[in-house]
Design a protein around this ligand. Structure first.
Ligand code: ZN
Length: 568
């Protein structure tokens, strides 16, 4: 048994996440966690909301709430939606937790003790009427490039030019509208990443099994040269800047930058979990206390790779303390919505709450796994969604399970029939299942998301082929003992399907498992297909589940395209 620590990139707090967020980190992490638990490993799957920073403050203001209340409600909402999608987090924490504040302050202390943090003086825009410094997004004005009237301090949304707040003409505060602004000096802490270039390079070079996408992004940043990075901000919402447990002189009221504290929450959320359930967290994170035996796997979108391969390592390697670092890093590309990326700020695409209003979670889980934006961007289309559900789930898996169990109910009084011996068709089936099961297990193990969906579907197809060749509906008329062998074998295959499908479509897998009297969640099958397909005892009662996957009609798609957009 191996201990496997899994984290998926922390969803930002400013709203319900879209299906691209789900497909690019949380869902594949969950599928992997479920697979490894079924294999008998000790798995800890940690996630959390990333709550600090200016966008959270802006979203709270837009919702007419204080930022604390806003984050609390949005965390609860994201947690609830994740559960309804079947995300089997062991803990879904919050980066605003006291654990994260303490740990973030600890890292800053240790890094400063090691000469890796220094104070510098910056010039920033100060709003006299608001009595505060304004972050870039809190300043708007006329774009110096295109003349657009509401360009933000960091970027013009009209011409996409990257801007500095001092470039804006006639700038004003987003908070009050005041134009009473001036440049003031302010002190900030800088993490001296320039001093960490060599150790981070050596660490990345040692990660020879990282996927190409992750290595390429890390090396690009290292080749360009790391720069010293401001890790504090003039904001109220965040982890307070402290030194040795006391407010830091001259930096009262300042907080750590959200990108400094957010990845530390992976560790802090594990502490939250440990305190919540009475477990030990250090054995998962401190290599001097057992974590060197842990395999740590991270899941994230490609936009997060630099932070996980350079910035966060700068914090934990720079500390000189024995923290666990990532072993396997799985990065994803974008899921696109009719030519453009899904987008929270533009409300483009389908979001997790409305997705569940139109289809069960398993349908989305299967579609987003089979069409994962894994090695390249992938395009969401209603056509592909329909095809994934109607052809794969309804016609192949659902149809097989229902035919077999219905036949058993009508012909064998809903009990697994006894008698007879396996024949040539069963021998061929054992061989076929053995090969396909081995392939499926390999793909899951390698976190090859699309390939494991293909391998799973290929295994489902075997059932329908077997039933077609064995034809129990004919055998029952001439040779009832032969029909008993076929039905018994097919029901064993149903049980095997419940086990191998559970990581991807857990809700349907549970219904299937219970229908054939299995416990849930089932253990992963052994490689011995012959034994697996003769495992269930004769006489066991079965039930016929309701339709497992309802087929999608053209009218459904028309209504969805009307509601969400996208060509029908
Ligand atoms: Zn512009």
């Amino acid at each position: 048994m191996t201990r496997i620590l899994i984290t998926s990139a922390l969803p930002y707090i400013n709203g319900v996440k879209h299906l691209g967020n789900l497909a690019g980190s949380m869902l594949p992490a969950d599928v992997y966690a479920r697979f490894q638990r079924a294999r008998g490993h000790e798995v800890l799957y940690i996630c959390a909301t990333d709550e600090h920073g200016t966008p959270a403050e802006l979203a709270a203001t837009a919702a007419h709430q204080d930022v604390f209340t806003y984050c609390e409600e949005m965390h609860r909402r994201q947690h609830d939606l994740g559960r309804r999608f079947g995300l089997s987090w062991d803990w879904f924490g919050r980066s605003s937790s006291p654990q994260n504040a303490r740990l973030t302050q600890h890292f800053a202390d240790v890094l400063e003790d090691r000469g890796l943090i220094e104070e510098r003086v910056d010039q920033l825009v100060y709003s006299i009427d608001d009595a505060r410094f304004l972050p870039d997004r809190y300043i708007e004005g006329i774009c110096p490039v295109c003349g657009y009237g509401q360009a933000r301090g960091d970027q013009c949304d009209n011409c996409n030019s990257l801007l500095d707040p001092v470039d804006l003409k006639e700038p004003y505060s987003v908070i009050s509208g005041s134009r009473n602004l001036e440049l003031r000096e302010t002190r900030h802490l800088y993490l001296l990443q320039t001093k960490l270039q060599a150790p981070i390079r050596a660490w990345v070079d040692a990660k020879t099994d990282w996927p190409m996408l992750a290595r390429a992004i890390a090396n690009k940043h290292l080749d360009e040269g790391l720069i010293d990075r401001g890790i504090t901000r003039d904001l109220a919402w965040g982890v307070p800047v402290m030194r040795g447990g006391q407010p830091r002189t001259g930096m009262e009221g300042k907080v750590f930058y959200v990108w400094f504290d957010a990845p530390i929450e992976y560790i802090a959320a594990t502490q939250e979990w440990a305190e919540g359930v009475g477990a030990d967290w250090r054995g998962w994170w401190r290599t001097d206390e057992g974590a060197s035996e842990v395999r740590y796997v991270q899941f994230m979108g490609k936009d997060n790779v630099a932070f996980h391969t350079v910035s966060f390592p700068a914090t934990i390697l720079g500390s000189g303390e024995p923290w666990k670092t990532v072993d396997t890093l799985k990065a994803f590309n974008w899921l696109n919505w009719y030519g453009e990326p899904f987008s929270t700020s533009n409300q483009r695409g389908v979001f997790m709450d409305s997705a569940l209003e139109i289809l069960p979670a398993d349908c989305w889980r299967w579609y987003l796994t089979a069409n994962s934006p894994e090695h390249a961007d992938s395009a969401f289309t209603w056509d592909q969604l329909v095809s994934s559900i109607n052809r794969d789930l309804a016609d192949v898996l659902g149809n097989f399970v229902n035919r077999v169990l219905k036949f058993c109910e009508t012909r064998f009084e809903a009990a697994i029939p006894e008698g007879g011996e396996p024949g040539a068709l069963e021998e061929a089936l054992y061989a076929e299942v053995s090969v396909r099961l081995a392939d499926l297990t390999d793909q899951f193990e390698a976190i090859e998301v699309r390939k494991n969906a293909q391998a799973l579907r290929a295994l489902w197809v075997v059932g329908n082929e077997y039933l077609q060749n064995a034809a129990p509906w004919s055998a029952i008329k001439t040779d009832p003992v032969r029909a008993a062998v076929i039905v018994r074998t097919a029901i064993n295959l149903v049980a095997l399907y419940a086990a191998v499908s559970a990581p991807v479509i857990p809700f349907a897998a549970e219904k299937i498992a219970l229908a054939v009297g299995e416990t849930y969640p089932p253990a992963w099958p052994t490689p011995d297909a012959r034994a697996e397909l003769q495992r269930l005892e004769a006489g066991r009662r079965i039930t016929v589940p309701d339709v497992l996957f309802r087929k999608i009609e053209a009218a459904d798609v028309a209504a969805w395209a009307e509601r969400f957009g996208g060509a029908p």
